[in-house]
Design a protein around this ligand. Structure first.
Ligand SMILES: *Cc1c(COP(=O)(O)O)cnc(C)c1O
Length: 466
């Protein structure tokens, strides 16, 4: 070691910390976070105009790394959306827990390729620990396989790839080797409220975004189990745990029973709703979900880890590995350790399992349950406060999503714009079963009761003016 050390330049000259660059980044990052809740949630027009500072010619040669960081902070930080702050309720966007941000910094310095054990023992090991803990808190069957992917879209892709493998293998067709040309047809069943990312994944897999059988839904967007078509032949049934508008769950129990009796595969898109299983007070919403065959969820939504981070689980890990490995012979080795790249579309990738591990370790079982429960309570308070002010809540608020109408479509849009301009909080719009609505999604651990009250005030004032 000592001879190696003497061959290296002095510590302050190592790449990455020349002239205290990382200290400088930490100082700027801290200042950013400290100011986050005092500024408008969406950047001011001047801040967006200020992005022109980046429109320079490519420098002809090297420049001081500190100057690059300074420009990024000066022109970039003001033009960010404060979704890391406490009052961002747009789309379904989680915050980032302190332990996950800090762990992410360290893991970035490590610069590991998490695709395989020999490239990163630590990343591979932490994925294995994460799998054990996730299986537990999400109530999934023992022995499930996992892939650490970029997000819900690729998690749906992974789960559906495993499904495609298994249902065609069942009729003697090797889809990985021979593709879909000449293959027996697969029936894909989705709910009328299927998320667009799942259709996109079907498109990637050659199953076709429009070649699906759509099952009617109820007023909350839940698939009607009794409306499932008769199932014969290779079939994949896609259900939702958490509708992106209402937060509602498809009746997993009934659908899994019918589908499994007919030999079909059930895939669950649980991008955020799957986390309900981790909170004792909400777990009943996800009843039956564990009977499925594959599950997609996001860690960057409700687990509050930095982007990008999704998880695909598969009841039989062999199906996931068969669908995603590049070397069909390798994964069959008896007792071979799990190689991360066999469970994801990517080979080389960042060690995103580090942040998942850090979130679970820093929260613990009770902390995770409390994070989920608190977001649901905040959502209920939003619904109660807006209903009391005379506005119509369009969904049953059982999870973290709230849909509100302020009258006709034009007025609802005006209110949403006025709220966004006021800058106290940020909510977007959606169309729910033909009606324009404000969609409120409470998905950040940072949001407090006081933030909800402040945001309610801002919405009610905006509605009074619109
Ligand atoms: C967000 C979401 C997705 C897509 O996840 P990404 O991480 O954005 O790719 C899929 N399904 C549902 C229900 C979602 O809410």
């Amino acid at each position: 070691m000592s001879s190696l050390n003497s061959a290296l330049p002095s510590l302050d000259r190592l790449p990455g910390d020349q002239d205290g660059l990382l200290q400088e980044a930490a100082r700027r990052a801290t200042r950013y976070l400290d100011g986050l809740d005092q500024r408008p949630v969406f950047p001011a027009p001047e801040a967006i105009a200020g992005l022109q500072a980046f429109d320079e010619a490519l420098p002809p040669g090297p420049t001081d790394p500190r100057a690059t960081l300074a420009l990024l902070d000066a022109a970039g930080s003001p033009a960010t959306v404060a979704s890391a702050g406490r009052r961002y309720f747009g789309f379904v966007i989680g915050g980032a827990l302190p332990a996950t941000v800090a762990a992410s910094w360290l893991a970035t310095v490590w610069d590991q390729n998490a695709g395989l054990f020999v490239a990163s023992p630590v990343a591979t090991h932490l994925e294995a620990v994460g799998l054990r803990w996730l299986t537990d808190v999400l109530g999934l069957p023992a022995g499930v396989g996992v892939g650490f992917v970029t997000g819900g879209t690729m998690a749906n892709f992974g789960g559906l790839a495993a499904a495609r493998h298994a249902v065609l293998k069942g009729v003697g067709w090797d889809v990985e080797a021979h593709g879909l040309f000449g293959a027996p047809p697969i029936t894909v069943i989705v709910g009328e409220e299927v998320h667009v990312s799942l259709l996109k994944a079907l498109n990637f897999l050659g199953l076709g975004r429009e070649r699906v059988h759509r099952v009617p839904v109820d007023g909350q967007g839940r698939m009607r189990a009794e409306a499932l078509p008769p199932i014969t032949g290779p079939t994949i049934v896609c259900i939702q745990a958490g509708n992106v508008n209402t937060g509602a769950f498809d009746p997993a129990d009934a659908i899994c029973r019918v589908a499994h009796e007919a030999g079909a595969w059930v895939h669950v898109d649980g991008a955020f709703g799957l986390w309900a299983a981790a909170a004792p007070g909400r777990a009943h919403l996800a009843a039956g979900v564990a009977q499925a065959d594959s599950w997609a969820t996001d860690a960057h939504k409700w687990l509050n880890v930095p982007y990008d981070s999704g998880l695909v689980f598969c009841r039989r890990s062999e199906d996931l590995r068969a669908a995603l490995t590049h070397s069909p012979a390798a994964y069959l080795h008896e007792g071979a350790p799990r190689e991360p790249m066999e469970c994801t579309p990517e080979l080389s990738r960042r060690a995103r399992g580090v942040e998942v591990w850090a979130a679970l370790r820093s929260l613990g079982r009770a902390g995770l349950a409390d994070l989920i429960e608190r977001c649901c309570r905040h959502a209920a308070r939003f619904a109660e406060g807006l209903a009391a002010a005379g506005y119509e809540v369009l969904n049953q608020v059982e999870l973290n999503q709230v849909l509100v109408s302020f009258g006709d479509a034009a007025r609802t849009q005006r209110v949403i714009q006025a709220v966004q301009q006021a800058g106290v909080c940020w909510m977007g719009s959606t169309i729910w079963q033909g009606r324009t609505a404000m969609r409120i999604s409470v998905s950040s651990a940072a949001t407090t009761e006081a933030d909800v009250e402040l945001s309610l005030q801002s919405i009610v004032q905006a509605a009074a003016r619109s």
